[in-house]
Design a protein around this ligand. Structure first.
Ligand code: GTR
Length: 433
């Protein structure tokens, strides 16, 4: 893998070669087997000017491929005890549960077992939304326990021309409400409800802050303030686990709505929302697909690469996102019993789509792709034809195999219509056929 990365680095610099550099490179390339060059030029490499710019402005973080440490990933198919997993049945029965527990214990934390009541209230229905193309429903999901309560507002558009329950995208909105405005006065590519409807999907969204505000207050506000009991422990749930739990409460509603096909609901999120979408699908197998848009550290990106944002950095900046036990893995990634390929594997055999953006090196595009690549042994237990190239696909070129997909889009950290269109192309294949 190291040789492979260095080959890529060489080619990366060649995008703007100086004369002396070309001469220098000639001797380097002479040592590379002939097939490497043609293979390498096809795949994505981080733009040299972005690497330089970020490395200058943030010298404390690594943006150089050649500085990625040599690492060994935990073996997905080797349980703590017993024999190597060789089939889907054994994976589901033993190893999947073992890895899920490791993520609860070491990364996101455990949902408390506190009982609660849940009520769905349809607060509004507009049968003539989106110029008649959809019905809009405002659903309030009220959660209460021992006199305390909160409400998650689920906004939902369902296509009016459907004759049966449709597949749906549930977006975890971690940005301002204007990015996913259900009144459609403000339209934003972050939640292109019109396009989602026109392609035959329901478009659902909730605000992550309805479940738990995105700030550190020692876990007093949001759902923590309602369900947490007693002292916090090392594996008590953090805010990402709370948001994922909120996605599952939305799913609780969606399975009751006959306009939706409950077997074809995708959960999608961007960045911190992408981390959440992956964990939601790992915890809740009712989600048929998870989309991680540029989720980076604590999401799709391999922690052991220490590229861009790291475990240590994310815990300092966002002390409420993960469980306390996660802190110990900062600068100690090699000892962590999991890495993020194992999170993606927890979603198998359901569909998973991982995305990156070419200028978003903070979220480590290559580490995200490699994570997907290294999760494939589990997807192959279910569909032996699932195969991706170890080289990244070129820019703006989605690749998919079986129930896995990836793209790296040009540009900066965001969820755009371009991303959605490729994601829906994949969903057309895996959720509609
Ligand atoms: C960043 C954070 C990332 C990512 C991002 C976002 O500040 O370091 O892990 O989650 O925020 O959510 O936009």
């Amino acid at each position: 893998m190291e040789t492979y990365q260095r080959v890529k680095d060489n080619i990366m610099i060649l995008t703007k070669p100086s004369a002396s550099f070309i001469i220098g490179m000639a001797s380097v390339l002479a040592t590379i087997p002939a097939f490497s060059f043609s293979q390498t030029v096809q795949g994505w490499i981080a733009p040299a000017e972005v690497v330089e710019k970020l490395s200058k402005s943030q010298p404390q973080y690594n943006y150089y491929e050649e500085k990625v440490p040599v690492y060994t990933l935990p073996d997905l198919l080797l349980p703590a005890e017993g024999k190597r997993i060789v089939n889907a049945e054994a994976w589901n029965l033993t190893r999947r549960q073992e890895i899920l527990e490791l993520f609860r214990e070491n990364v996101y934390g455990r949902v408390p077992e506190t009982p609660y009541n849940m009520i769905f209230r349809i607060s509004g229905i507009d049968n003539n939304a989106l110029e008649g193309a959809a019905t809009r429903k405002e659903v309030d999901i009220e959660i209460s326990s021992e006199g305390l309560s909160l409400t998650i507002r689920l906004n939902l558009f369902v296509p009016n021309d459907a004759t049966e329950g449709v597949p749906a995208f549930l977006l975890i909105n971690n940005r301002g409400t204007e990015q996913a405005d259900p009144s459609r006065k403000i339209k934003n590519e972050f939640w292109p409800a019109e396009e989602i409807i026109s392609r035959g999907y329901a478009a659902a969204v909730f605000q992550n802050s309805d479940v738990d505000p995105d700030n550190f207050d020692d876990f007093r506000n949001g759902i923590h303030g309602i369900l947490d009991r007693g002292e916090r422990k090392g594996d008590s749930w953090g805010t990402i686990a709370a948001w994922a739990w909120g996605a599952s409460r939305c799913m609780d509603y969606l399975v009751t709505d006959s306009d939706i096909d409950p077997a074809r609901v995708a959960v999608i999120g961007h960045s911190r929302g992408g981390k959440t979408a992956l964990w939601a699908a790992a915890e809740d197998q009712r989600f048929a697909m998870a989309v991680s848009n540029e989720s980076g550290c604590g999401g799709a990106a391999l922690a052991r690469r220490k590229f861009g944002e790291t475990v240590e950095v994310i815990n300092k900046a966002f002390p409420h996102w993960f469980c306390r036990n996660y802190i110990q893995w900062g600068n100690n990634e090699d000892s962590m019993p999991v890495d993020m390929h194992m999170l993606l594997a927890l979603i198998a055999p359901r569909a998973v789509y991982v995305t990156s953006a070419s200028e978003d090196l903070w979220a480590d595009p290559r580490g995200s792709y490699l994570s997907l690549y290294h999760s494939l042994p589990v997807f192959r237990l279910f569909d032996s034809n699932t195969e991706l190239d170890k080289r990244m696909p070129p820019l703006n070129t989605p690749v998919s195999s079986g129930n896995t997909a990836y793209h790296v889009r040009d540009g900066v950290h965001n969820l755009l219509l371009k991303d959605w269109n490729w994601i829906m192309d994949f969903a057309d294949r895996v959720l509609k056929q």
